[in-house]
Design a protein around this ligand. Structure first.
Ligand SMILES: [Cu+2]
Length: 160
């Protein structure tokens, strides 16, 4: 019973915030500053970034990301290994209680593979985020040009 009520509350909040600006929130999770980079001509991959805030008193994990534009979205992290910038899949991201995690160029990011069509600046891309507290957030991210600020090569040279 309590759970059903909570979900209704989340949906209400998500819709309300979607109308006001590009922040998305449940009662404890807030997504801000989200964007996707324009896909690079000739490739079918790109990356998405955002800040995820958890104002609750328990850690919450982002477990899965999906979208109509791709069947393969992974959570990645950049790291330095032997002086080289590398990316690896981390599977999920945990946001500690009362904390914020920022997905940003050269750090954690959402790697989007096998785009079903190229994505261009001035469009908006839907993403669905599934969290460990049984919350699902549907968000819309603006598309920005790829020439800011992450080195292009990091997106192209995806190690498998
Ligand atoms: Cu990546």
């Amino acid at each position: 019973m309590r759970n059903i009520h909570y979900r209704k509350f989340c949906i209400f909040f998500t819709l309300l915030l979607a109308m006001i600006n590009t922040a998305y929130a449940t009662s404890v999770i807030t997504i801000t500053d989200g964007y996707i980079k324009e896909s690079i001509p000739g490739t079918d991959i790109t990356a998405a970034y955002m800040a995820i805030s958890n104002t609750g008193d328990k850690a919450i994990t982002l477990q899965k990301v999906s979208s109509t534009i791709s069947d393969r979205i992974e959570i990645h992290e950049h790291s330095m290994a032997n002086g080289m910038m590398r990316m690896r899949e981390v599977g999920e991201v945990t946001i500690k209680a009362d904390s914020k995690v920022v997905l940003q160029p050269s750090g954690l990011h959402l790697m989007i593979f096998s785009l079903k069509h190229p994505i261009k600046e001035n469009s908006v891309i839907p993403l669905t985020l599934k969290f460990s507290n049984k919350t699902t957030l549907n968000i819309q991210l603006p598309v920005y040009r790829y020439n800011i600020p992450e080195p292009l090569q990091d997106v192209i040279s995806e190690p498998n």
